[in-house]
Design a protein around this ligand. Structure first.
Ligand code: HEM
Length: 372
């Protein structure tokens, strides 16, 4: 089935692609900065050590998700959120500290954008997206006022989890969930948002976050449409594999968080954070990129079984990294992290390669459509 949106002109398409280029540069810089934190000094990464988290979460993924929401709204003003997000990312790259307020402005615009979507279509998934954005905006406000990343990282985790679960609900609407299950998810979502915002004390925060994340993961493993699609062939099976693997990481990380007292830095912190950010978030990004990119920027990613290679490398790299973190084997931790970075590069290269195999799109006016 296809959801068909209004036509999109050449200039709008160019603007969206321009924003995606800024997002790509920000993401690459964020990953290089992460490698630099492990002593792998590549390119310009070492200059951005401190901003590794904000670059990836706020400047990169925050902006691309805002762009996807703006396209879903289909109004010109909606582009203010991704445009301000991209400006905030450029300010971060330029080392302009006051630029953090551009990111806050972007997220205020994103809250307004999601509120407009809720008004037009009040549904569980649109409410969840709005809730996630409110949590992210709150965290960004604290960050702009000087809070270090570890104090607001729970708002980043909550934002990603709420947005991804909402996106999955939207894509799964052809296979409706039982009413009690939808209600249970809403309760968990509100709990997650409340914990991320209200619990300030660090060990208590990680303890409270763990069970909620684990329960949301169990919900996804039980009710997500991916369970059925994984037995199919082609893109549906690939996307479902990414979704289920991501949910498994979320479950493992939730259980881990509930069991340990998490310090606000170091290997245990690294394992818990990247169990969510790489295991859950990047796995979902790989799963959804072939669906989202054509809808947002008319960049076709044709499915090829070769896409399984970066997905497998991503997860194997993370297994090695977490084992290195927990076993105090720094070399293994570093190799695993390099594996995850290479997985991202390989995924991008494979996606670009499929462009040459794909049929050419009409040059002037194109229709936005997104398979569901
Ligand atoms: C190959 C990819 C990545 C590498 C090499 C990497 C590396 C690191 C390292 C070494 C740390 C410090 C952990 C510690 O305290 O010991 C860190 C923290 C962090 N990472 Fe990553 N990371 C990667 C991917 C990601 C992704 C994809 C995200 C988000 C989507 C992310 C978000 C964060 C955040 C929020 C922190 C906490 C920052 C702080 O407390 O200052 N990372 N990362």
């Amino acid at each position: 089935m296809e959801r068909v949106a209004p036509t999109v002109g050449r200039r709008a398409l160019l603007a969206r692609r321009g924003l995606l280029i800024i997002v790509a540069v920000t993401l690459v810089t964020g990953v290089l900065a992460g490698l630099a934190r492990l002593g792998v000094l590549v390119g310009w990464g070492p200059r951005y050590l401190v901003d590794h988290g904000p670059l990836l979460v706020l400047g990169g993924f925050g902006t691309v998700i805002a762009l996807e929401r703006a396209v879903a709204l289909g109004r010109g003003w909606g582009l203010a959120a991704p445009a301000l997000g991209a400006a905030g990312a450029v300010a971060m790259l330029a080392g302009f500290a006051d630029g953090r307020w551009l990111t806050v402005a972007a997220l205020v615009a994103l809250v307004a954008l999601n509120a407009a979507i809720v008004r037009r279509q009040p549904a569980t998934f649109t409410w969840l997206m709005l809730l996630g954005t409110v949590v992210l905006a709150y965290g960004a406000l604290r960050w702009a006022r000087g809070a270090p990343p570890f104090q607001i990282v729970a708002t980043w985790i909550a934002y990603f989890v709420l947005t991804i679960v909402a996106e999955r609900l939207e894509l799964s609407r052809l296979a409706p969930t039982p009413r009690w299950a939808a209600r249970a998810l809403l309760v968990l979502a509100v709990l997650l948002a409340a914990v991320a915002i209200a619990v300030a004390d660090w060990p208590a925060l990680s303890r409270a976050l763990g069970p909620v994340l684990a329960l949301i993961a169990v919900w996804q493993l039980r009710f997500d449409l991916a369970r059925r699609l994984v037995r199919r062939a082609g893109l549906p099976a690939f996307a479902a594999t990414g979704v289920l693997a991501g949910a498994a990481w979320l479950l493992a990380t939730g259980v881990f968080l509930a069991a340990v007292v998490l310090p606000p830095a170091g290997p245990t912190y690294d394992a818990a954070l990247h169990g969510v950010f790489i295991g859950y978030v990047l796995s979902m990004v790989f799963a959804h990129a072939p669906i989202i990119l054509p809808a947002v920027a008319r960049l076709d990613v044709r499915f090829t079984p070769a896409l399984y290679a970066p997905l497998a490398l991503l997860h194997l790299g993370l297994v090695a990294r977490v084992a290195g973190d927990l076993g105090a084997w720094h070399g293994l931790r570093r190799s695993g992290a390099i594996g995850s970075a290479l997985a991202l590069a390989l995924f991008a290269a494979t996606a670009v390669a499929t462009r040459w195999l794909a049929r050419p799109a009409p040059a002037t006016v194109a229709r936005e459509s997104r398979p569901t």
